[in-house]
Write a protein that binds this ligand. Sequence first.
Ligand SMILES: [Zn+2]
Length: 511
Amino acid sequence: MKDTFYVTTPIYYVNDVPHIGHAYTTIACDALARWHRMKGQKVFFLTGTDEHGEKVHKSAAAQGIAPKELADRVVTRFQGLSPALTISNDGFIRTSEPRHYAAVQAIFRKSLANGDIYLGEYEGWYCTPCESYWTELQLVDGACPDCGRPAEKRKEPSYFFRLSKYQDALLDHYAKNPKFIRPESRRNEVIAFVEQGLNDLSVSRTSLSWGIPVPDAEGHVVYVWYDALTNYLTGLGYPEATEELAAFWPADLHMVGKDILRFHAVYWPAFLLSGGIEPPRCVFAHGWWTVEGQKMSKSLGNVVDPYDMAARYGPDAFRFFLLREVPFGKDGDFSNKALVDRINSDLANNLGNLLNRSLNMLGKYCDSVVPSPSAPAPSDDALRGAAVEVVPAADAAMEDVEFHKVLAAILSVSDAANRYLDANAPWSMAKDPASRDRLGTVLYNALEAARVSVLLLSPFIPTAAQRMWEALDCPGRVEQAVLSEAGRWGGLRIGATLPRSVIAFPRIEEP
Ligand SMILES: [Zn+2]
């Protein structure tokens, strides 16, 4: 196992405020970061904001403020996601920071020096009032798709990146690294796109001032995508030869929405190859959410606000729902009802119920003291086997970024423990003094299965997991537990006094 893990969200555009899509990507990365920390790896988890470009410039102008002022205002909404959703990012990068200017200019210079960036002429359809270029395909009846006014063909000097030169190198990289683009279906799309041939890419603008200046080229700012992608290097200290850069690059996983896969899987590795820098190990493109069957939009008023969700249901419930409900990589549909049903069935009725009925019986029959499992019986083996096997199974599914499978596997253990209690009926054993040891063993096993489940669920539901971890008298913070030790059967401390119940997941009752 590698001893480091570097995971990133895309940087979020400050022209928008956070919605379910941002939360989804960030929560997925957080679960991965927490899982890899639990494996004992050193993790760097980076998120941040994309603050340059035309749209920010225009929004700011419309509000009569400077672009940086708009960015300063909106960035707090994205930074606030971390406490609101219990996100454990190690870094937060803003593209308006000086350190990022240094990184972008450094990699740009490398490609200038080796001839991969050259001065040419950019031609497109320009809408003067909107100060925007559009491609032929984007025009609506020859007019600007934003304001509907006629667009005119216009040229400006621009630096171009020699993307065409990297077609073979990219195809070779995809072939040698079959897991570079995931899921598989997306990989095929990207390969088909690159096989068609690549055009050189305009990487500077003179029609815009809110951006990073092209080195030694007055009037040019770096095109916003070239600027944005470089954040993954800036976050580790590039262009300085920092310890973080040496330890964490190449990135293990860039998590992205499927709409921006091409930038990450085609342009970004080409920029890096040109700069003599190794490409990331994997780009994973996840799907999109609709809301109650409809596309999410401001005009429909159905935008899901992660702050509202966290306030209403708690961050754990929202986190759990997003990663449990839909096979990761596919599109999903959000509704409050689906969330409530999912929390009630998987967390309240399954794990929460297991823990509370076990604690309750422990109080009634054992004075709340964890007994020694001193009277084993064959029926114990299946439960113990399930709890032992789920650790490598969940880890393998996590490697494949299949959160829904990880969660289903973990919940099958608490489900098995509930059935084990039903089958062994400790309440009957309690009536017979001769069954005393057997009763203690059954309660021990049920609580131990709950402990293993809580540990494995902790990257997904960190707050509730900590509460349950403490209720089981486990030492320290669950997020500091190491899987190879804490994941072993038998970690529950014999002789510990436990509470009679724990509020983990009360059933959500909604009209
Ligand atoms: Zn326009």
